[in-house]
Design a protein around this ligand. Sequence first.
Ligand code: NAD
Length: 384
Amino acid sequence: MAETTYRICTLPGDGIGPEIMEQAERLLEAVSKAFGVTFDCERQLIGGAAIDATRAAGEKVTALPPATLSAAQAADAVLLAAVGGPRWDDPTPGAVRPEQGLLAIRKNLGLYLNLRPVRIYDALRDASPLRPERLDGVDLLIVRELTGGLYFGRHERQVDVEGAGRDGTKGQTAIDTLEYAEFEIERVLRWAYEAAARRSKVVTSVDKANVLETSRLWREVNHRLNAEFEDVEGEDMLVDNCAMQLVANPAQFDVLVTENTFGDILSDEASMLTGSLGMLASASLGDGAALYEPSHGSAPDIAGKGVANPIAQILSVELMLRYSFQMDEAADAVAGAVEDVLAAGWRTADLADGTTDASHLLGTAAMGDKILEAFALRAGSREA
Ligand code: NAD
């Protein structure tokens, strides 16, 4: 029987991007061998690298060349590293910037949902700003609506408005519109319920229904889905309470789902539970190919030095296996391998602290080697 083949568009981008992407590609090869699937990877340019290449070729300068977009659209999934750097920080109005490539690819792929897992690694508990005992059992998934709400509503400034100035004189007013259609709410909540059904079966839907009409509609849709998914426990939580609960008792959450603005803020708050930027992966999903990327940037300060932490990129592969290819067993082996390597005391410089043994300090490729070894053991013991 022919092996399943998945097409992956890889976008190393700028700074440390190519270094950490190399480790992800090596891992994909190992997954392919261990699990009998083929990954057909195609590298393309994005960000500053694309700006330089299109300029050098005398083409229209862009951070997202047409060839990159077609490859991403034709792929089953897109794996991105990071874009940007001071080299492309051109203050000239209208200058093409690396980040435009990111925004354009997200828009063109129709990605309407972002997810960020927050998992605590025992070995890194001390990196968290919370007391270690508060972190017991923390393993949550934040699902954020990505294309609606305040950020995409009408933004308007009015001048010379009677009574808007100081002391009741004329002044300015500013208006941002918060609007959600029922289908936009439902597709995100449905995804959250389906994900929870495969996890610990609890969905916390976060809103501000005591004040906002959009939140009342959000809550109605949540109740409807809760009735539909009988084996998943659904609850509503006000966003102010949720912000507090995330630091007071983060282990109570399994899948936390919310609208765009609340999700933006809560996902950054929750990511700090892990205390380490180099460990966080994220996924953006839509109707077509999904996009997987680390939460950190291109780290130009350490680019080319071979010291970047590849784990967030490797955990982006874990998410891809889980959510685009339904390869949960392979994804578990990747997550387990990262856990094993950290538990054995291996660290990249960003994860090191006063207790780190100097002989356990690794560069990017050496950390990749350790994770591949641990993955081989995990994947091998599956067959035994
Ligand atoms: P950054 O995340 O790149 O770096 C912040 C700090 O964390 C730096 O000290 C860096 O060395 C360190 N760091 C980040 N990732 C690391 C890793 N994997 N291993 C070890 N250390 C790591 O954020 P920044 O410095 O604010 O931005 C740098 C560039 O990245 C800017 O051009 C910015 O626009 C861009 N950026 C891109 C993305 C993206 O591509 N999604 C996201 C954020 C920032």
